[in-house]
Design a protein around this ligand. Structure first.
Ligand code: A2P
Length: 359
């Protein structure tokens, strides 16, 4: 069996390498940050992830709805009082506003913050496909800052493009077919409550069917073409982040499963050039933000329980697809609240600071 110690060593090494490729140790970046939606599932994780960051936070502003105004939250041993988000919230010395308070809030308040000179990193889907707005995963593409609003991609998309970037660069993507197994934390507290209450026999209030002991091939709303909005997000956002030409085919089926945290994605990929599972493993082992756990004969492959709490994306079960040429299956697991949301947003700010892109 692959020793736990060996795995932990790999985890430490990869984290060390990626952090150091983004922020050099000892660098000192002083920033003022506002977190919009600070009381939510992702907002809370953003505060936690920011505590781990090398970013030096001078002023931190925690914003949410009027319901949460006055609530006290901790950051690096200090207490911060949550304020109600208003049109005047950004008329202060704020460098970054990281939003995770729903699409409506982002549509209204991100332009106000941008107008006030703040760099917005937005976790909602409101701005992602706007051609003027950068959609960024720091391991894959860099922000141009032509607009001060930067979109954080969909959670399943983020964890999928991290390994696809180096594979596309090496072998050329011809077709990608995703099937997801998505955790309830992706639906915020309401999704977590449905699974928890379902275990006690209570009816769901967030999903149209029980999620406990069940699997729902339904994430977000159904569209006219028969796909769900989540599936179309994965397709369109993958194209935008990787800059795929129209002749690369991308499709997706998104499924909600009774797992609290961390999404799994089966990536079925066809390349222009042929390669081997060994070559793919070797390439991904060196790729930023990726950890290869692939010794199925020893029961070593990524799972949601093991990925939870980490920023890296885990890949395994890498094998040739015997049904068609130049094709492979890759099993990919990531913490949807960390890398799929909070960590990616903070890493965008870290990237901008490390590369001195903020004017
Ligand atoms: P609040 O806690 O005050 O409702 P989640 O998706 O995990 O439920 O979290 C949503 C986050 O977005 C919460 O912090 C929530 O604040 C915040 N939020 C929701 N609606 C608004 C709004 N209109 N203005 C500001 N924050 C909002």
């Amino acid at each position: 069996m692959l020793q736990r110690k060996t795995i932990l060593y790999f985890l430490k090494e990869v984290r060390y390498n990626f952090q150091h490729s983004v922020l050099a140790k000892g660098d000192f970046f002083m920033v003022n940050i506002a977190i919009v939606g600070a009381t939510g599932v992702v907002g809370t994780k953003m505060i936690e992830r920011l505590e781990e960051s090398d970013l030096q936070v001078d002023h931190l502003y925690l914003l949410a709805s009027a319901r949460s105004a006055g609530k006290v939250l901790q950051f690096r041993g200090k207490e911060y009082v949550v304020e109600e988000l208003t049109e005047d919230s950004f008329k202060r010395d704020i460098d970054y506003a990281i939003f995770s308070a729903g699409g409506g809030t982002s549509l209204k308040f991100a332009p106000i913050a941008e107008h006030d000179g703040v760099i917005v990193i937005d976790n909602s889907s409101a701005w992602r496909m706007d051609p003027e707005i950068d959609l960024v995963v720091p391991e894959c593409n860099a922000p141009t800052l032509e607009r001060k609003i930067i979109a954080n991609p969909n959670c399943s998309t983020i964890q999928s493009v991290v390994p696809l970037r180096p594979l596309h660069d090496a072998f050329g993507l011809k077709r990608v077919a995703y099937t997801t197994y998505q955790a309830v934390s992706g639906s915020g507290q309401a999704g977590i409550n449905d699974l928890r209450n379902g275990e006690k026999g209570e009816a769901p209030t967030n999903y149209p069917h029980p999620i406990y002991n069940n699997v729902l091939p339904h994430i977000d709303v159904f569209l006219e073409n028969g796909y769900t909005k989540e599936e179309m997000k994965m397709i369109q956002e993958t194209r935008k982040i990787l800059g795929l030409s129209d002749d690369v085919a991308v499709t997706a089926t998104c499924v909600r499963v009774p797992v609290y945290n961390s999404h799994s994605v089966e990536i079925n990929v066809t390349f222009e050039k042929d390669t081997t599972p060994e070559e793919i493993r070797a390439l991904l082992a060196k790729a930023p933000g990726v950890i290869v756990l692939d010794k199925p004969e020893e029961n070593v492959y990524p799972t949601p329980l093991q990925a939870t709490g980490h920023d890296e994306v885990y890949v395994g079960r890498i094998r040739r697809d015997i049904s068609q040429p130049n094709s492979f299956h890759i099993w990919c697991v990531g913490d949807n609240i960390r890398k799929g949301a909070a960590s990616n947003a903070i890493q965008i700010a870290e990237y901008i600071e490390a590369h001195n892109l903020r004017k």
